[in-house]
Design a protein around this ligand. Sequence first.
Ligand code: GDP
Length: 477
Amino acid sequence: EFVTVSELATMMDKTPTDIIATLMGIGIFASINQRLDAETLAMVAEEYGFEVEWVSAELTETIPEEEDDPKDLEARPPIVTVMGHVDHGKTSLLDYIRTSDVTEGEAGGITQHIGAYSVTGESGRKITFLDTPGHEAFTAMRARGAQVTDIAIIIIAADDDVMPQTKEAINHAQAAGVPMVFAINKIDKPGANPDKVKEQLSGMNILVEDWGGKYQSQEISAKTGQGVEELLEKVLLEAEMLDLKANPNKNAIGTVIESTLDKGRGYVTTLLVEAGTLKVGDMIIAGTQLGRVKIMHDEHDQVVKEAGPAKPVSILGMQGASNAGDRFHVMTDEKEAKAIVNKRQQLQREQGLRTTKHITLDEIGRRLALGEFQELNLIVKGDVDGSVEALADSMLKLSTEEIQINVIHKAVGQITESDVLLATASDAIIIGFQVRPSAGARKLAEKEEIDIRLYSIIYKAIEEIKEAMEGMLSPDV
Ligand code: GDP
């Protein structure tokens, strides 16, 4: 029993009487509101020259998100991540900003580590900081499909050089298309030489403003706080150019920042609202988990009833642990919410919830044929600088009218987990020249199905990529 006589009539632009008459013709006496079974339905439709197409009513695990009307959009604070080489001062900067923010009207300072916090700059505007520094965390989130960060602060110690992880951080931010503001740190130290840092950046084609370039930079000391307020203002200026907006007046959507199990309180989940307003009592789906917001706290450990765009809150009431980077949605229909969560958990059991299929060399030809492939992202790792540069250059030269080749990251050294995460987040293939993946990287690549190609002869690498682009590469067996 599917469709009533009157519904079928409407679909075919006939009157119910027409349909009843037709049914009589095949020996069925039906009333106007009678539901017809599949067979009858098909027979009647055929009489009028229609074909019945059965659309599977199978449950989906996706939650549609409506587009906002531009008039509903309001300015929102930027969300910022601090990245840089180890020991260059990421944690110190986040700590300094956290402890120096005692805004009027807000009780005490930021007392709770909930994974993100919001501060107010001198000009009165807010900035939200993600409290897990580093490009690994940033790219891990992206690999889960979450682009949370609006602006990256790249921190570089002025008593040191632009280091491999500095370059990596820059490449990860660029691969994500996230604008950067440079913080040149430790200028309180006697050996600090900010100019040397700027010069080294220029060697990477990154020109800061006082070198005539487009990147804002600020000399700071995360220890004394010198320059930090100016840095925040520069971040706000960058945010202004991005014109960040969200509609606060709808059911909240956003991202899971972290999730832990507290023995006494159950699952503690930090959510960062992207749009809409999250309220106590809201039913939410976060990744594969369902829950209801029982109580919300902010980073000042204050109880809050609502959280709008770019506001991080720690909530109680989830039934399980979500993953950092999972998307969350407020749901209004409990039955639908349960069905979606069931479906997602089932998918996760079956296939580890892998929804995106990553590019492999073998697949380029197929995707090309489908006409949906225009860019090939590569990550190039090698044993020495000369070979990395040579290989990256030759790869770039393989670009054709159909496919543009991008080398989103190149560096000397073995293939690391961070490289695989970047490949996952940016749908890239990793090319190793005289280097191998670490054990962790190999495992992760297997799980995420990232194609790692290892070569010991440069022309062999060039040849293979070229053949793949011509769709001629025979699949590995
Ligand atoms: P991270 O690894 O990037 O998070 O770096 P940390 O914030 O842990 O800093 C590494 C070391 O540098 C610590 O001993 C800090 O105390 C020190 N440090 C960080 N910023 C400054 C600064 O501006 N001036 C000085 N003198 N030391 C700093």
